[in-house]
Ligand binder design. Structure first.
Ligand SMILES: [Zn+2]
Length: 444
């Protein structure tokens, strides 16, 4: 076997011939770099970079061009080839396509695949250090990989929205609540199927437009955030689907109500502290309650103890909660209301209506303003909540997709574009998880 044929496998190019391998001092501080000169096979040449159609040649373009590819051992490596232009009847004069890279990309397909795999499976610093690229470049690459996947699917006459029956529509904020994306989750496969920048009726309309009337008619259940603009479009476009509440949001509301109650309690204790004289020794024991200053101190930092699911509490947080049980009856009542609402979603369908009604009446009588208000809000969602439980739309898988998307918004923070955030979410939670280049599966 000739060394150049072996190099084809080493650098992972297909449908192309390796002409030579040379080494040179890099201009960008990478030390000695390898340059692998390649030439596409004849049947791959003279094709439009956008549509792949064979076209007449136009000119030699900007001459030789380089694409960063995977390192050879320790050495930064580039593929180098001619980049002529062709005249496409549809797209005009464009750079011809090459089999080893996407149109307009500065990196090869194998490089992109490895970056995508790392972006999903490792940390931000692991990707950028190992691949020696900026985080923004990672964002551009994952967006390119997702676009290429979608293009391949479209070429086969398919898209991500095929076969949807039960879906969830949700809005997610990022960049500290300044920006939003609308996401659509498939409840049956627990995958993310669609996402777009924005938070308006138009954003949701765009999803149904892409879905089209035939596939929209197949949607049997929709869980949605209570946001008005989502609900309005859902009613318009899918009048016959069963509408379900998204348990994730209802529980999030309850958590907000606990937070408000905690702040109210803390403010009351603080107001009391200002008027309270220096505590008399033995006062607390005699009066069976604590001086306000102690309450203020103890309430501080109880946020997570109240907010986390009880099975996930640390020992310190358990102690905080025990203290609240003993000393802050109002706040403790709020905590129990939150936990009970969370439990309702795990009940068998036939027990749920009575449990929800009992909860609603307890919230109404709770004398906690935040929970009286929550009771009203939840009451308005009674039917969608019960539908979610009856139709088993409250499964933990979807809740975990929701949680993971929210985590990704933090990771994707440095991307500066919704497109990159959406792309990394699609790769992490959608149907095509990235595989390493040259492997049949992630275990290969
Ligand atoms: Zn074309």
């Amino acid at each position: 076997m000739r060394a150049t044929s072996i190099f084809r496998g080493v650098v992972g190019v297909e449908q192309a011939t390796v002409e030579s391998v040379s080494f040179e001092e890099s201009e960008s501080g990478h030390g000695l770099v390898a340059v692998v000169a390649v030439r596409a096979w004849k049947r791959q040449r003279s094709r439009c970079g956008l549509c792949g159609r064979r076209c007449p040649g136009y000119d030699t373009g900007d001459g030789r061009r380089r694409w960063r590819t995977l390192d050879l051992g320790l050495m930064v490596t580039f593929l180098e080839a001619d980049a002529p232009r062709v005249r496409c009847p549809t797209h005009g004069v464009v750079v011809a396509s090459v089999p080893w890279a996407d149109h307009g990309a500065g990196h090869t397909v194998v490089f992109d695949q490895q970056v995508a795999w790392l972006a999903v499976n490792s940390s931000k610093s692991a990707v950028t250090q190992l691949m020696r690229i900026a985080w923004r470049t990672v964002g551009a690459i994952v967006a390119r990989v997702v676009a290429a996947n979608d293009q391949a699917r479209a070429a086969a006459g398919r898209d991500r929205l095929d076969g949807l029956r039960r879906i969830g529509i949700d809005e997610i904020s990022y960049r500290r609540g300044q920006k939003y994306v609308v996401v659509v989750v498939d409840h049956d496969t627990a995958t993310l199927v669609w996402a777009a920048d924005g938070r308006s009726k138009d954003t949701v309309q765009a999803f149904f437009d892409q879905l089209g009337p035939q596939r929209t008619a197949q949607i049997s259940h929709i869980s949605a955030d209570a946001a008005d603009y989502i609900a309005k479009v859902v009613i318009e476009r899918c009048p016959d689907a069963v509408r379900c509440a998204d348990p994730f949001h209802i529980v999030a509301w309850a958590n907000e109500a606990v937070t408000r109650t905690r702040i109210d309690t803390w403010n009351q204790a603080r107001a009391l502290m200002r008027t309270e004289a220096k505590p008399v020794p033995g006062y607390a024991r005699r009066h069976q309650h604590l001086p306000a200053r102690d309450r203020v101190a103890a309430l501080k930092g109880s946020r997570y103890a109240l907010w986390k699911n009880p099975e996930n509490l640390t020992e310190r947080q358990q102690a905080k909660l025990a203290w609240i049980t003993a000393n802050e009856p109002g706040l403790w009542r709020g905590y129990q209301l939150k936990e009970q609402l969370r439990q309702i979603f795990t009940l068998p369908a036939k027990e749920a209506p009575a449990a929800l009604d009992a909860w609603l009446s307890w919230a109404r009588r709770s004398r906690l303003p935040a929970f009286v208000e929550l009771g009203r809000k939840v009451g308005r969602q009674r039917e969608p909540i019960l539908a979610a439980i009856t139709h088993n739309m409250s499964n933990a898988l979807v809740e975990s997709v929701n949680t993971k998307i929210r985590l990704l918004t933090r990771v994707a923070f440095g991307f500066h574009s919704a497109k990159a955030l959406i792309a990394i979410a699609m790769l992490s939670l959608g149907i095509d998880r990235p595989t390493l280049p040259g492997r049949k599966s992630t275990h290969g």
